[in-house]
Design a protein around this ligand. Sequence first.
Ligand code: AGP
Length: 609
Amino acid sequence: MCGIVGYIGQQEATPIVLDGLRRLEYRGYDSAGVATLNDGRIEIRRAQGKLINLQKVLDERPVQGSCGIGHTRWATHGRPSENNAHPHYAGGIVVVHNGIIENYLPLKEKLKQQGHSFSSETDTEIIAHLIEEHYKELRDFEAAVRQALEEVRGAYAVAILCEQEPGKMIAAKLGSPLVVGKGEGEFFVASDIPAMLSHTREMIFVEDGEIVIFDDSQMRFTDLAGKAIEKQSKVIDWSPLMAEKGGYRHFMLKEIYEQPRAIADTIAGRVMEDQEEVFLKDMNLPVEELQGLEKIFIIACGTSWHAALVGKFLIEKLCRVPVEVDIASEFRYRDPIVNEKTLTLLISQSGETADTLAGLREAKGKGGKVVAICNVVDSSIARESHGVIYTHAGPEIGVASTKAFTTQLVALYLFALHLGRARQTVSDQTSRKLIDALLTLPRKVEEALELDGPIERIARQYMHASDFLYLGRGNQYPIALEGALKLKEISYIHAEGYPAGEMKHGPIALIDEELPVVVVVPHNATYEKVISNLEEVHARGGRVIAVTDGSADELKGKAEVVLTLPEIADELMPVLTSVPLQLLSYHIAVLKGTDVDQPRNLAKSVTVE
Ligand code: AGP
């Protein structure tokens, strides 16, 4: 999730653009850049790393101009480097982009055949070359942009300048956020409100498929075909900090609500509708290596370890390869049996967790292949792995992991499908069915988020409990563990996750009228058995909160609360069942007044052993 900023008006653009980029810092960046158009010439300055590095470059080599665009990069394609930093330039066109161009590889090949050469590994650079190509023929900046955007598939929020038509800036949106700020004879455009709030509160939200043309202190909206569109502006009365949270009270809640987009971004470019293959080019594992695998380890910590447990179910079911899951801090002390036919997956949002990094080195040192599932491009774990599957969740600020977790599950799902296809244990029909189910996931998570209101209302009934029990079976047992972790780490209420079948082997002694028991019980192969466990709790006065899908008739009279989710393939149900458990923890913690985003004693990334 990158950040873009654009300015056109009477003032010097660079300070305004830089200030805007600073206000987008929460979007994370590993490189940044600015371009201005002055006297018909485009000047570009870029730097790897934090924004301060770009500031230093500009201090040494300032640029002028009252029209400029800027970008902070959260790398998705191409590692963080000055070369891959935006803005990207081609033949008089300069562009900054937030999003993922899914068909950039075929477009890049076509442009190469037309004589274009590329200087970066990014998908964005092809946008500049496409516009340049169309401009050669049309000699019209606006028309060239329309034609170019007609060709790309995927998501974009772009701001573009053209040397041949100074005094004009064009922005466009599809799938990634874009907001216009209206000043006195000047205009701003950015990925998010905070970038412009110190200059104007009059904002216009750009919708998908819309283009904005700024010239001669005018602004007009059209669709991709050039048809004029009337837009209304809104006055934003948020504080800057509120704006960084997108109006949400905490980053954690904002990130819970970002899950549909984060999941869609993690899927983007890796599957195609009515195709059976999954494309994981960064994994760098040829088919014959995948076919020769005899064992898979998955190691991780905390929430990422819960994702690993779900991954075991997915991989063993779809690929028939034995999977062993280890808590990273245990793995390296048990002299694990690893060889060249072993693959070790390392799951880590931050890519910096010391225990997980040590586990990677242990496996690699014994001759095994290592692949990371990470959210931070070029993080230590990503860099030291043979291959990587990036989650595209964007920076996760809240210490309690939410969108990173559900995108880790999606990454594991993609990996299992990819491995199953390589080993021919997943047929065309099964693959297409599961890919079709995957493509419905963002919308179904949206539906799951509709439980937020009811959950906020019931949270008050449970906030004073001193203990919680979470139960689940099969691939829902890790979700029971995750729900318990979420609650304990942000509300400080003791909570335990247990396999539902284990109730009678001890935990049932805990059941009384004070104990809330969250039972995750979707309609799958173990539904009847979990219902029996739920009835054991109910019969002893336990306060059951049931999370299910489809019909809840059978639960009436057996649960105090029934939260019903949309139905989806069982392999994907753990993503949906996570959502109400995240929301329950969040609302109870808010009621208890804890520091939801930075809970006591915890760090976002545990870089010590
Ligand atoms: C999860 O909510 C916690 N913040 C914590 O358990 C976290 O998942 C764990 O520290 C692993 O972090 P990583 O994914 O960055 O490696």
